[in-house]
Design a protein around this ligand. Structure first.
Ligand code: KG4
Ligand code: ZN
Length: 340
């Protein structure tokens, strides 16, 4: 069975095809250059651009994979959480295609896509596993028990890790989206010149908080003459603080849950220093660590096609409603539901 996946929850338009033997292909169009002009995502512009991009992207994917509508067994679209207007574009597109082609459609939770992205790799983790989900909108430690069964062990009280990367990058004048730019700059930074707090590591529990860290970076940056080296050193200190904090919380969650596998998912999972740290941590703890390749850490439709394929294969279908939810708690998803 081939599932078509559609992703439009934020500023990336994605389409993908997943079949029983793996990923057939995926296409991604990033709107980043357009939003960069405004210093962040402009929701209305995002929605309009998804409208423009979806059909050409899908045509290109079908042509390059040699797949026609008759080969496809179901459509999976990201139904939330995300920007409502942007979600509605993909949901209306996906649900309508499924109707026109006489296929079932399933609404996929964006974070389920991220959590299951390592399943697209050659050595996928077995359930259950601990996932560190670090994206632009979320920072969570999740116990992944099975498809649709997720238990949130820890969450951020304020900013998400990616959001903190982006805001700190912005205050350092690095533009948008700043996470990858800040990470590149940190490479030139001197370790140890500044030390920022490791929020909430001094007390028990798995909650996280990143807004104070951004403020610490701002105050330090403002107190400096502002040379290129100053900027790189602040970036380095910020990245080290985020990586340290996430690594402390991960080892705590592994100890508390007794889970033997760790998955790192979401856009910040593309961060090299974080990857290296968690690989070291896993080696010390004698557990396996799994990452999607960087291209599948950030938003993409391959992960949506995979999650949808799992659900469709289990007989799930969502009826004719076009489903879009700006907010959608991860623990509320549940397993695959048969057609109503
Ligand atoms: O998962 P994602 O593509 O979108 C959301 O669902 O939020 O994550 C995007 C986030 C952005 O905040 C971006 O700055 C961050 O991931 N990011 C990074 C890196 N690559 C992307 N942050 C730090 N280092 C990176 N290499
Ligand atoms: Zn995402």
């Amino acid at each position: 069975m081939i599932a078509l996946g559609i992703e439009t929850s934020c500023d990336e338009t994605g389409v993908a095809l997943y079949c029983d033997s793996g990923l057939l292909g995926h296409r991604l169009y990033s709107q980043a250059d357009m939003h960069a002009l405004y210093g962040g995502v402009v929701p209305e512009l995002a929605s309009r651009d998804h409208v423009r991009r979806l059909l050409p992207l899908l045509r290109e994917l079908l042509a390059s994979s040699g797949i026609g509508p008759g080969d496809i067994g179901g459509v999976a679209y990201t139904a939330g959480p995300g920007l409502l207007g942007a979600l509605l574009v993909g949901a209306a597109f996906g649900r309508s295609l499924a109707w026109a082609w006489g296929l079932p459609a399933v609404a996929v939770h964006h974070l389920e896509g991220h959590l299951l992205a390592p399943m697209l790799e050659p050595d996928p983790p077995a359930y259950p596993f601990l996932a560190l989900l670090v994206s632009g909108g979320h920072t969570m430690l999740v116990e992944v028990l099975a498809l649709g069964r997720y238990r949130v062990l820890g969450d951020t009280l304020d900013d998400a890790a990616g959001e903190a990367f982006d805001k700190t990058a912005k205050l350092l004048g690095l533009g948008y989206p700043g996470g990858p730019a800040l990470a590149r700059l940190a490479e030139q930074g001197q370790s140890g010149r500044f030390r920022f707090p490791r929020p909430m590591t001094d007390r028990p529990g798995l909650e996280l908080s990143f807004s104070g860290l951004k403020t610490a970076a701002l105050q330090t940056w403002k107190s400096l003459p502002g040379s290129a080296q100053d900027r790189a050193d602040v970036a380095r200190a910020f990245e080290e603080a985020v990586v340290d904090t996430l690594s402390v919380k991960c080892s705590r969650a592994l100890a508390l849950s007794g889970l033997q596998r760790l998955v790192v998912a979401g856009g910040v999972g593309a961060n090299l220093r974080l990857r290296q740290r968690l690989v070291a941590l896993a080696a010390e703890a004698g557990i396996a660590v799994h990452y999607p390749r960087p291209e599948l850490c950030t938003d993409n439709a391959a992960m949506i096609a995979y999650a949808g394929w799992c659900r469709l294969r289990a007989g799930a279908a969502d009826g004719l409603a076009i489903i879009a939810r700006a907010r959608w708690p991860l623990e509320a998803i549940g397993g695959p539901q048969p057609a109503p």
